[in-house]
Write a protein that binds this ligand. Structure first.
Ligand SMILES: O=c1ccn([C@@H]2O[C@H](COP(=O)(O)O)[C@@H](O)[C@H]2O)c(=O)[nH]1
Length: 275
């Protein structure tokens, strides 16, 4: 999917919601456990109930890898279901990969070609030659960790290197990478006050913003400091939507949570004349 197609979807749906498919067998409703593939059954019900309210889905691969080959099959079924039934959805594999060049190329093939995701999260720590292999895939997006939502982000990301915070160096230096047009960045909703500085460096780049919901980040603050002329935000919520109910009404409850977030997003877009 091109970035313009993503912007068109956001405007059509009045939503920049990304739903995180962090599907945990310990948390899904008990009546699904005896299904042949409980993870896929849960995901399918969530997707069918929420697709009109969001523009992206983000399975975090840890939740699939944790169950071995069966978990990987659930991930394959989920991305195939999305691509076959809702091709307008922007799909993100949250895998936080990145390695020496030839290995990065294999990761890129796994997620962009084999599984056919639109985007993949990448750790920038190994630098240019670990990131550029991902950027050479046309209409595929590399989402680089810039300033993450967790407390440990302050261990390294905000430390100064030759006078500049490391996360700013990640943003600045990555702009010179070959294929940088395919870059997006992760910025945690819990770090919303940093977004003004971030927008000075990457004024229109898309930002994937996790941390609204279970981690306590504020949607309003993210919009206040981070929204750009092309909107440029995908705000993720996983647990806050997926586990709104542990009963048979889980999909309806997830839909209600997604609707609440979509309505707030619509308000934020309308008050800035971005629709
Ligand atoms: O900085 C980051 C980067 C990634 N994540 C991931 O996003 C979701 C958030 O889930 P919630 O349940 O909405 O808290 C999860 O997959 C994280 O691994 C992040 O939270 N922060």
């Amino acid at each position: 999917m091109t970035t313009q197609e993503l912007v068109d979807q956001i405007q059509k749906k009045k939503s920049f919601l990304c739903i995180g498919l962090d599907t945990d067998l310990d948390k899904i409703p008990s009546h699904l456990i005896n299904e042949e593939d409980p993870i896929f059954s849960f995901n399918k019900a969530i997707i069918d109930a929420t697709h009109h309210l969001c523009v992206a889905y983000k399975p975090n691969v840890a939740f699939y890898e944790a169950y071995g080959i069966e978990g990987w099959k659930s991930l394959e079924r989920t991305i195939k279901y999305l691509n076959d039934n809702y091709p307008e959805q922007f799909t993100i594999a949250d895998a936080k990969r990145g390695d020496i060049g030839n290995t990065s190329t294999r990761y890129a093939k796994a997620f962009f070609e084999n599984l056919n995701f639109d985007a993949l999260t990448i750790a920038p720590y190994m630098g240019r030659d670990s990131v550029e292999p991902f950027l050479s895939f046309e209409n595929k997006h590399t989402i680089l960790l810039a300033l993450t939502s967790n407390a440990g982000a302050f261990d390294f990301q905000t430390k100064k290197v030759e006078g500049t915070e490391l996360y700013k160096e990640v943003l600045k230096i990555s702009k010179s990478y070959k294929g940088a047009d395919n870059l997006m960045y992760v910025v945690g909703a819990t770090k919303a006050e940093y977004l003004t500085k971030i927008r000075e460096i990457v004024p229109t780049s898309f930002l994937l913003v996790p941390g609204v919901g279970a981690q306590g980040g504020s949607l309003e603050a993210v919009c206040k400091y981070g929204i750009s002329s092309n909107i440029g935000l995908l705000i993720n919520s996983s647990r806050g939507i997926l586990y709104a109910s542990s009963g048979k009404d889980f999909a309806e409850a997830a839909q209600e949570k997604a609707l609440q977030l979509q309505s707030k997003m619509q308000e934020e877009l309308e008050k800035r004349n971005l629709l």
